[in-house]
Design a protein around this ligand. Structure first.
Ligand code: ADE
Length: 229
């Protein structure tokens, strides 16, 4: 069983994402468990304060360490061997290789930051990894946590129905995936590439590799150096 515990100040954000599709199925089948914990429940003051002004000055607010760390400690105590991940735009890059590496872990505590950031002592002393899902700034780590859960969960054996489809995807061989087509054969005058109708499996494989390479060269030349074949 794969278990994610999400720590957030916006628990309602996660009301629907796990109610459909593969994630819902996995939860129903007992392959996946997701808990959402409101960080505010770990505040100890009357106003349930989760943020404060930054030392050294500057705009915005910073999330205080106490409620987050109390929430992490509780989550780790409940789940024993948990991997604690903090999401932030200054984290290490989360990509398919990181998803693959982390998919061997079974218990995660996912910490979603808000405001201008989290007190640095949280990622420095209470987390295993600080991750960014890409070179853009979100207003919080909640969307990042969803991205993390979807990409890690689907690598766990038994999660995706067709394990073969995993191997063929974009990034799994270091290249973008070739284009796919289905019926009808002609749609508003646009034809499916004839080789796909030829029944010649070698020719189809060849065409797909060429398309993968061509697409990667056009759109993501940065991936070509690292690609596997
Ligand atoms: N929080 C804000 N921006 C983020 C990003 N790019 N990745 C992860 N967490 C974030």
């Amino acid at each position: 069983m794969l278990h994610f515990k999400i720590l957030t100040i916006f628990p309602k954000y996660f009301a629907s994402p796990f109610m459909d599709g593969l994630l819902k199925q996995a939860i129903e089948n007992g392959v996946l468990r997701i808990d959402v914990q409101d960080i505010r429940e770990f505040t100890r003051d009357k106003h349930r304060t989760v943020d404060d002004t930054p030392y050294g000055g500057g705009a915005g607010m910073v999330m205080k360490p106490e409620p987050i760390v109390f929430a992490i400690k509780q989550a780790v105590a409940d789940a024993k061997a948990s991997t604690v991940i903090v999401f932030s735009p200054k984290g290490k890059k989360f990509d398919q290789a990181a998803a693959r590496r982390l998919s061997r872990h079974k218990q995660f505590v996912l910490v979603c930051g808000r405001y201008e950031g989290i007190d640095e002592r949280v990622p420095a002393f209470y987390a295993d990894e600080e991750l960014s899902i890409g070179d853009y700034v979100l207003s919080g780590g909640e969307a990042a946590a969803l991205v993390f859960i979807e990409s890690v969960a689907r690598l766990v054996p038994g999660f995706v129905g067709n394990d073969e489809s995993l191997v063929r995807e974009s990034y799994e061989n270091g290249l973008l995936e070739y284009p796919q087509y289905t019926k009808p054969r002609t749609f508003e005058g646009h034809e499916v590439p004839p080789v796909l109708l030829s029944g010649n499996h070698r020719a189809i494989e060849q065409w797909r590799s060429e398309q993968s390479l061509k697409l990667t060269a056009e759109r993501r030349p940065d991936l070509l150096g690292a690609a596997k074949k």
